[in-house]
Design a protein around this ligand. Structure first.
Ligand SMILES: NC(=O)c1ccc[n+]([C@@H]2O[C@H](COP(=O)([O-])OP(=O)(O)OC[C@H]3O[C@@H](n4cnc5c(N)ncnc54)[C@H](OP(=O)(O)O)[C@@H]3O)[C@@H](O)[C@H]2O)c1
Length: 265
């Protein structure tokens, strides 16, 4: 964790799950944490918890809807006004939808596209100049193993995470030598609020990743931070998840389609 000593980190989606855990694991070494999400009470609660355990770290809460263009712009101005100089951006906020695409609620599909793709890209674009200002910065994008293969009944979510995986790799290459590193973490199933948010009120069936692949939140976040410190392009937390996905992506697409269709038929 020495890599993160004295860092100023912005963590999106910090009000639950992986985002809150990123804040907890960075708190002992960071100088400043900026926690971003919509639920203010959750962020305030996390802030209280962190400050009581680690009085040395300054924690700021910024309540915003990342899918709102205006709020995103205002966030960058707020950072400047407050004199916050971030050198670590954790693009973690994301959501999914489990069920057939045809019967999906368009408002939810649009929110997924705006949050997982547009907000992540726009925030990265706006904050790049700040991240590089101190000579060294890092970006951690939270993708998913879902982005490695097409996933029926979670089609839009998987496609957005394929974008995150690809964008991260390409940006990493573009920024080589700039002092800013880019890493993507591709978690498998992890016990957070993700499943509740992705579930449809209609109870429609969706893609379910086998529980045997589950990795604890703490391990996912720990592995991701080690990958950033070691300047790795990608990390799939959990050796068993990495193994299964290694086999899946090595299969001819035709065979993979047959397997996925059988699993979801
Ligand atoms: N859990 C898994 O199995 C799994 C697997 C692979 C990848 N991932 C990825 O991991 C990341 C974190 O998800 P999680 O599992 O920790 O799920 P989670 O517990 O549901 O957390 C999602 C976070 O995103 C925030 N968020 C959602 N919409 C937002 C918006 N419009 N504006 C600002 N913040 C918003 C939520 O906060 P508010 O509701 O307070 O705004 C929450 O803090 C996501 O990118 C997800 O795709 C998760």
């Amino acid at each position: 964790m020495r890599f993160f000593e004295g860092c100023t980190a912005i963590i999106t989606g910090a009000s639950s799950g992986l985002g809150a855990e990123f804040a907890r694991q960075l708190a002992p070494v960071a100088r400043e944490l900026v926690l971003v999400a919509r639920r203010e009470d959750r962020l305030d609660e996390l802030k209280r918890e962190i400050v009581s355990r680690h009085p040395g770290v300054r924690v700021r809460v910024h309540v915003m809807d990342l899918t709102d263009d205006l709020q995103l712009g205002e966030f960058a101005s707020w950072l400047e006004r407050e004199g916050i100089r971030p050198n670590f951006l954790v693009n973690n906020a994301g959501m999914g939808d489990r069920g057939p695409f045809a019967t999906g609620d368009w408002a939810k599909i649009q929110a997924i596209l705006e949050l997982n793709v547009v907000a992540l890209t726009q925030l990265t674009h706006r904050l790049l100049p700040m991240l590089g200002a101190g000579g060294r910065g890092a970006i951690l994008n939270v993708g998913s193993i879902a982005g490695l293969i097409p996933l029926p009944f979670m089609a839009v979510y998987a496609a957005t995470k394929a974008y995150v995986n690809s964008f991260s790799d390409a940006l990493r290459m573009e920024l080589r030598g700039s002092g800013i590193t880019v890493t993507a973490v591709l978690p498998g199933p992890t016990e957070t609020e993700f499943g509740r948010v992705a579930r449809r009120s209609t109870g429609e069936r969706g893609w379910e990743t086998p529980d045997v692949l589950a990795v604890p939140v703490e391990d996912v976040v720990g592995a991701a931070l080690v990958a950033v410190a070691r300047d790795k392009a990608r990390i799939i937390p959990g050796w068993h998840v990495a193994l299964v996905m290694g086999v899946a992506v090595a299969l001819p697409l035709g065979i993979l389609r047959l397997i996925l269709q059988r699993r979801t038929a």
